[in-house]
Write a protein that binds this ligand. Structure first.
Ligand SMILES: N[C@@H](CCC(=O)N[C@@H](CS)C(=O)NCC(=O)O)C(=O)O
Length: 246
């Protein structure tokens, strides 16, 4: 099998795709793209859409973390990403949908808002990245990219305030999946690889980590992604953090 994954340094679904490839023991090459620039590159590579993760596997182009999970499952069923039992599979698929459609984006918005306020943590996210240009150069020229990424992701004050207000309920839901054994079991599944990277990304923010790390979902994130690159010193207004209890 010949596989190349296109991602962005620090991308949580991008990391999820990497973990799924590794779970399946599928060897792959990786190209890290700069945010925003990634959109044009992916179009140039004839992907249908302009987001990462994007996977080219044996000439086939697959995009989106959930579609990638299914493509990998079809190509190499073992070890599985989805339980064989129909009821358990439905529970995993619902948790996976939640991770993709509800959990991912608010965390993305909070991160871009924080980087727009202070871009210096960007370098920490690019550790080990395969960007094709020196990381230092990429980081030094990143200010307009960060501004555009924040704009594309609608990381406005109002949206980020709302994202922070919504976060406790989202974390409660992820915790419930862990307590119910849908995720964080002995055998990892597609929902684990969807949810854990989002929680791990949230924990790169010093403002958020203390509110997450002792939760079941925080422990899952540490289990799957003990060394998520990136660290953002406190930057969020304290009033916005009140819904989290601090
Ligand atoms: N829900 C999609 C999310 C795709 C997505 O929005 N990816 C972001 C990175 S996390 C992206 O490609 N952004 C483009 C950019 O930043 O320019 C998935 O799981 O694949």
């Amino acid at each position: 099998m010949e596989a190349r994954l296109y991602t962005i340094p620090g991308s949580h679904p991008g990391l999820g795709a990497r973990l799924m490839l590794e779970h399946k023991a599928i060897p792959y090459k990786r190209t890290d793209l700069l945010p925003v620039i990634s959109k044009g590159v992916l179009r140039g590579l004839r992907f249908e859409s302009n987001t990462v993760p994007a996977l080219k596997i044996d000439g086939r182009r697959v995009q989106g973390s959930r579609d990638i999970a299914r493509e990998l499952e079809n190509r190499r069923p073992d070890p599985p990403l989805f339980p064989r039992d129909a009821e358990r599979r439905a529970a995993v698929e619902e948790a996976e949908r939640f991770g993709d459609a509800e959990l991912q984006h608010p965390i993305r918005q909070i991160l871009w808002w924080s980087l727009k306020r202070d871009a210096s943590p960007l370098r920490s996210f690019s550790e080990g990245a395969r960007l094709g240009v020196p990381v230092g150069l990429a980081v030094r020229t990143a200010a307009p990219i960060v501004a555009l990424a924040a704009r594309f992701n609608e990381s406005t004050d109002a949206n980020v305030k709302a994202a922070l207000a919504a976060l406790p309920a989202l974390l409660d839901r992820a915790d419930a999946y862990a307590r119910d054994g849908v995720i964080d079991g002995d055998e990892l599944n597609a929902a684990d690889f969807q949810i854990a990277p989002s929680i791990a990304l949230a924990m790169t923010l010093d403002d958020l980590r203390p509110h997450i790390e002792s939760r079941p979902s925080g422990r899952l994130a540490r289990r799957l992604v003990p060394d998520y690159p990136g660290r953002v010193p406190p930057v969020l207004p304290s009033g916005w953090l009140k819904p989290l209890g601090g």
